[in-house]
Each structure stands twice: as structure tokens, then as C-alpha cells.
Design a protein around this ligand. Sequence first.
Ligand code: M6P
Ligand code: ZN
Length: 197
Amino acid sequence: MRAPRPFRVMLDFDTGSLTPYTDSFERRLSDMAVAYEDQDAVAGLLSAGQDPVIYTGYDADVPHAADHLPFRTTIINPGVIGSEFFMTKGHHHRRDTAEIYVGMSGSGLMIMQTRDGHARSAELVPSAAVYVPPGWAHRTVNVADTPLVFLAAYPGDAGHDYESVERLGFSRRVHRRDGGYELRPAAAPDREFRAGP
Ligand code: M6P
Ligand code: ZN
């Protein structure tokens, strides 16, 4: 591997573009269908051929390796599935490591929880920095009708563990209510991803 050199990127706080970027990612409803509470709404959209882009992102050229600090922008589009706001899949880190988020534009909510059931939320708005300690799963929700744009940085050997979140779900859900948002206890764990006994 070439020796990494110092570099800089330019961030557009409105659009979330990161220039130059090395990778980009996109998640559609079909990539995270089980995450939403209203499975009838999910099925209705997908069977009508509607598969909205929920969020996209751009990665800086940083190795996913110990000692490095990868960072990326994420742009969550505005929208709801049923009455539940567009959000990220959410994950634990495979190695319990921290992460820092910085709000760039729009208005969002971060839902965080530990494996033993503690839960917290934090509003993510421009100029806010939210610290996610080691051991806290994290999901980000766009609670406004404009794109939510933020920057996140995490240790290069953190790894993304989506399985436990898919299996157990988050204990709080964020729904549209009276022009704002309402944080509700999840009715039940998210549907099992893989059927089993
Ligand atoms: C933030 C960071 C990334 C994450 C992205 C999308 O930018 O936490 O590590 O990949 O959000 O979230 P998710 O991976 O849960 O889909
Ligand atoms: Zn993370």
C-alpha cells in the first residue's frame, strides 16, 4: 500500500458533496425493507415499483485499517414510510469503538442504544457534534422535509455490524407528528431477517 500523505477535501455543507471522493454509496428502500415498522407500506411501495433512494454518501480516500480515521458524508432524503421518517439502517461497530458526527444541513435525530438496553437520542443539526461512545448502536433519522446532511468519522478498524440491529431492532422509532416528530417505543423487535426456528 502506498504511504498515505496528508490531504484535504472540500465539503459542500448544503449538498453533502465531498471532493474528491473515492467511493460513494446509495441505499434504497429495498436494501433495508425490514427496518421499517409499517411492513404493509413497504410492500405497497415495492409492489408498485417504487423503490426510493433513502440515503447516499461519499467517502474520503482513507484506508479502513487500524490507526486511520475514515470519514464520509451522508445525505438522507426527506420522506416517510407510513409515518416513519427515512433513516439509516443503523449498526453496531464490530469492534466497540466510538464515532463522531457533525451536522452540516437539515435537521435529524440520532437514536443510540447499548446491547443491554440503554437508549439515548440526540438532535443532529448544523454545527452540532454528536459523540457516539463505544458499544452504542446508532441510527440517524431525517425529521425535516429537506435533506439531512452530516459528516461522520470512525476508527478504520471499527467495522459495521448490521446483523444485530436487523435481529433486535432499535427500541425507539421516529414518526411524523403534527408537523414535527414523535419518538415512540418500538412495538416489537424488527422482523427477523432470516426465518428460523
Ligand atoms: C454514517 C456513518 C457511516 C455509515 C453511514 C450510513 O456516515 O455511521 O459509518 O455507514 O452513516 O449508516 P449505515 O451504515 O447504518 O447504513
Ligand atoms: Zn458507525
